[in-house]
Design a protein. Structure first.
Length: 256
């Protein structure tokens, strides 16, 4: 069931609630395998007050699944806005040899970007695994963020990245846990060290760039190996693979 404490608070004080707002609502469906507690979020549907579900990364193709998963009526009003971000510039780089690996390409590009950074500029390197994040952080001497770290260590890494007191703190190598809840105004470059696990992670991670309307480069580095498509998140995984393979259409076409 939904956290008993939260559920009891809402139901016992329902007269004090005008509405319940759920941010990053797509996670209830997309992350259900990894975060079992999300499977109980449909308990919210039984609470007699207005519910507002907010998300920037739920594809239209998954709307019906989202409504059913959260025990919402299929006639629930859905309001959509344009998601095109003209300040974001997308590029895909494919490595072609063992000596030019994904990690070494990431380090090379990071050093190139550093020459263009201002004191306010920040960069994020999203990694597919904890081991990869540790390796890239070690090679670059940059900050590290992943779920295996203590809470205080993650908070310290995020604080140092935000402050950027030294150039090594302008970059952070992180796993997908860094995708949510980050609002840094001057992220100039975002590098994906290998394909994200699905298209939602890519869209969510890319959205951290250009928060103040300034240009931001989004680079995806791949060795030509695509994520296996399984029943879980089949549409999002296949959409990510198709976007990477595309060489003829504008990169924005699959994101808006």
């Amino acid at each position: 069931m939904l956290s008993k404490t939260i559920y009891r608070l809402i139901t016992n004080k329902i007269q004090d609630f005008d509405r319940v707002i759920i941010d990053e609502a797509h996670s209830t469906t997309i992350s259900s395998t990894f975060r079992p507690v999300f499977k109980t979020m449909n308990d919210l549907a039984s609470i007699p007050c207005q519910k507002i579900y907010l998300t920037a990364t739920l594809p239209p193709q998954l709307e019906k699944e989202f409504l059913e998963f959260n025990s919402l009526s299929l006639t629930t009003p859905i309001i959509r806005a344009q998601t095109n971000r003209p300040e974001l510039r997308y590029h895909v780089f494919q490595t072609h040899s063992k000596t030019n690996s994904v990690n070494s390409t990431v380090c090379h590009l990071t050093n190139r970007f550093q020459d263009r950074f201002t004191p306010q500029s920040r960069g994020i390197i999203f990694c597919r695994s904890v081991d990869q994040a540790i390796a890239i952080s070690h090679d670059l001497g940059c900050l590290l963020y992943h779920s295996g770290m203590k809470d205080e260590d993650r908070e310290e890494a995020q604080r140092k990245w935000h402050e950027g007191a030294v150039k090594e703190h302008c970059w952070i190598a992180a796993t997908s846990g860094f995708i949510h809840g980050i609002d840094e105004p001057f992220v100039m470059a975002i590098i994906f060290a290998g394909p994200p696990h699905n298209f939602s992670d890519f869209a969510q991670g890319s959205a951290h760039g250009g928060r103040r309307g300034k240009p931001s480069m989004i680079l995806l580095i791949t060795d030509g190996i695509y994520s296996p498509v399984t029943d879980e998140n089949r549409y999002l995984t296949q959409a990510m693979n198709n976007w990477m393979k595309n060489t003829t259409r504008c990169r924005r076409s699959g994101l808006s």
